[in-house]
Design a protein around this ligand. Structure first.
Ligand code: FES
Length: 402
């Protein structure tokens, strides 16, 4: 069929616009039955919220539990959204009247979701409001509200190499456990060498489960890296020390490209990133799971010295304008939440853009490692409240939480 576009001049499009408008006007008000399958599938894969219940609690360590979550049809969730290994769920809670959200990687196999189960594994974080709340309050039968599976830390064959060195620290094992399951189940196709850093054998999470998976498939290899020399000497096959460049090179393929995936505490990123620089890998082959919520901006070398201790934020959300006061050591999102104002959020580390808001006046500090905004965002005054710290009083518009 000949193209209807004869010229790229704007004038040539005008008759097409009229024809398009006429088709809209002649269309039936309701969609013909069966014509919105794409929308039905999109809604099933990307629900705004999922309403779940805790079906089981498993103690993993003194300060770490896994929670098996199942759909709660009584509150409108009939089935779980599917996910690819490496995704996270954002958990929504109200703690002491304050709306709080946190992102946790799914530790279960993707195909478990098709059988109606997710697993989240939560370790207590020092001073961590949400982790403490969940570990103390969630029990069998607790009603839970979460987002759709989100994030970009899944294996992408067009971008990532076929061999992946996965560097895990502490509870950062969770997305890698899900990936290992997915490989063993035939749902992912890459070779994983997991270098899992722990202090000693007792602090390794999912040790037996990892061994079982590694025995099932030669595409998953697990190496424990223990910082305690006695513990390393006592565990067959373990390495002693930390996740260094030399260790990565020891296990990486000598004659093929490889990707490096990292997930662990923030201190681990600071250390490993320096090690990775020495390997000079192409940028696309280094993948970080989200940095996590940022604290103590004043510890950064580029943080200004003359920031007032408290600031005022005037925020408009859903046509309602409120002025609140908070500490400049907190992010804009934390200040608003501490004042009972819910902000849309998923990752809480600048990556997903879900909290994208408009700064009308004032200045904020964004830590370098969390600066994911595009140039245009910065030019037009858009900020991510989850990783923006007020340097002055602020006025901003925030979209309503979904
Ligand atoms: S919540 Fe993801 S960018 Fe702010």
């Amino acid at each position: 069929m000949a193209s209807p576009i004869k010229s790229l001049k704007a004038k040539a499009f005008l008759p097409m616009l009229k024809a398009r408008q006429a088709r809209f006007e002649a269309a039936p008000a309701a969609l013909p039955a069966g014509s919105d399958q794409a929308r039905v599938i999109a809604r099933a894969l990307h629900p705004h919220r999922q309403y779940l219940k805790v079906a089981a609690v498993t103690e993993r360590a003194a300060d770490c539990k896994s929670f098996t979550l199942v759909p709660d049809p009584a509150r409108g969730t009939e089935a779980l959204a599917w996910f690819s290994a490496g995704k996270y769920l954002t958990v929504f809670e109200t703690i002491a009247g304050m709306p709080v959200t946190r992102a946790y990687s799914l530790s279960s196999a993707p195909r478990d979701a098709l059988n109606g189960q997710y697993e989240l594994t939560i370790k207590r974080v020092d001073g961590g409001l949400m982790s403490q709340y969940i570990l103390e309050h969630w029990a069998v039968g607790t009603e839970v509200e979460v987002s759709a599976p989100s994030g970009n830390f899944d294996y992408q064959p067009l971008r990532d190499a076929g061999d992946v060195i996965c560097l895990a620290g502490g509870s950062g094992i969770t997305p890698f456990l899900s990936m290992a399951h997915a490989i063993a189940d035939g749902d992912e196709d890459f070779s994983m060498t997991l270098l899992y850093g722990s202090r000693n054998a007792e602090s390794i999470l999912f040790r037996e489960e990892l061994d079982t998976i590694a025995a099932k498939t030669d595409k998953v290899r697990v190496v424990h890296v223990l910082s305690d020399p006695d513990a390393a000497a006592a565990l067959p096959g373990a390495e002693q020390g930390f996740l260094t460049a030399a260790l990565i090179q020891k296990y990486a393929p000598a004659d093929a490209p490889y990707s490096v995936f990292l997930c662990g505490p923030q201190q681990m990123y600071a250390f490993v990133d320096k090690e990775l620089e020495t390997l000079q890998l192409p940028k696309k082959y280094i993948r970080h799971e989200m940095f996590g919520e940022f604290h103590n901006p004043a510890s950064q070398d580029d943080y200004p010295s003359d920031v007032p201790a408290t600031v005022q934020i005037t925020v408009t959300i859903q046509d309602e304008t409120t002025t609140v006061t908070g500490s400049s050591a907190d992010s804009v999102m934390q200040i608003l939440e501490k004042n009972g104002i819910a902000v849309p959020s998923r990752c809480r580390s600048g990556e997903c853009g879900f909290c994208h808001s408009h700064l009308l006046s004032g200045e904020v500090y964004v830590p370098r490692q969390l600066e994911y905004r595009r140039l245009a965002d910065k030019q037009f005054g858009c900020i991510h409240p989850c990783c923006s710290f007020p340097l002055t009083d602020l006025v901003l518009n925030v979209p309503p939480a979904k």
